[in-house]
Design a binder for this molecule. Sequence first.
Ligand code: IMP
Length: 175
Amino acid sequence: MQIRDKHFDIFISAKKIKKRIQDLAVQINADYVDKNPVFLSILNGAFIFTADMFREISIPAEVSFIKLKSYRKMESSGKVKELIGLEHNIFGRNIIIVEDIVDTGKTLNHILQEFEALGAKSIEILTLLHKPEATKNPVSLKYVGFEIPDKFVVGYGLDYDGYGRNLADLYKIVE
Ligand code: IMP
């Protein structure tokens, strides 16, 4: 399968993903009974995973979407990321952050820092994928769908240069 200039092979089937999501949901439904969690999904990558996951949640729960916007500061060359779209009052709530993939861990560390001041009762991470070899900023991940090698993947919400999010299965780059 080709997206732009890169070739990809099937890696994890939609069927396997679905099964894993059901298993994770059993765990989350048990862990969060009477905790009324808020799932905070990180756009864009996590939108499909979140939609499938949330439909397996059978306890009272809310879902909301947030995004990290990158912009360049005029006075420095560094990229600054700003959390946008957080309309939910998370004070005193049990938060489950939903990610598509944890790679270096930079994104999550940034999000967790921003959340520290907001007074959540608890914050846990749910990610479909984790690349342990690539994670330089250690972060504690409570629910992980699949641990994968440090290779670029697309499909099931994840993109290459904006494309491939619509693929039902997950694909891995052919080097
Ligand atoms: P981190 O900050 O390095 O952990 O990167 C996390 C974000 O990078 C994810 O939410 C994805 O948007 C993107 N990303 C990292 N690895 C991949 C990949 O293999 N395929 C597609 N997107 C990726």
